[in-house]
Unconditional design. Structure first.
Length: 142
């Protein structure tokens, strides 16, 4: 399902210094396998996930998801950031449908699915609320 072959990631800082965020990494994850990445802050866990999601390109190596090379984000793969990334001027429903809009798809076709995701997150009844109107203890995850 997911295959990394000799993947490395190096970032260049604004001052031009190189930061090696991920050393040579190879990994294979099969379908329906559950994998946990554990390590101290700064060891490359988030960088590895960004690479697999196609949010940043590797410096070296190859990444495949479902036997397809990862060259950009897949439209059907989601990514949950550590900090909530909600647009404060959009309602809960509009935030959930944002990626559908960015893909150029009709949001009306996805409203029922979005509603079920909102329910799954325990936010049924809050579809028309703005992020600042929600309790700080609730985070949207889909």
């Amino acid at each position: 399902m997911i295959r990394l072959e000799g993947v490395e990631k190096t970032y260049r800082t604004r001052r031009g210094d190189l930061v090696h965020a991920l050393a040579e990494t190879s990994l294979a994850v099969g379908a329906n396998e559950f994998v946990t990445l554990v390590g101290p802050s700064g060891c490359g866990k988030s960088t590895l996930l960004k690479l697999v999601a196609g949010l940043v390109p590797p410096t070296l190596g190859r990444i495949h998801v479902r036997d397809q090379p990862v060259e950009e984000p897949f439209p059907d793969v989601g990514f949950v950031f550590q900090q909530p990334v909600l647009l404060p001027w959009r309602t809960v429903m509009d935030n959930v449908l944002f990626s559908i809009e960015m893909l150029g798809l009709r949001t009306d076709s996805y409203r029922d699915r979005a509603l079920s995701l909102i329910e799954l997150a325990g936010l049924a009844g809050f579809e028309r609320k703005f992020p600042w109107e929600l309790s700080g203890g609730i985070t949207l995850r889909f």
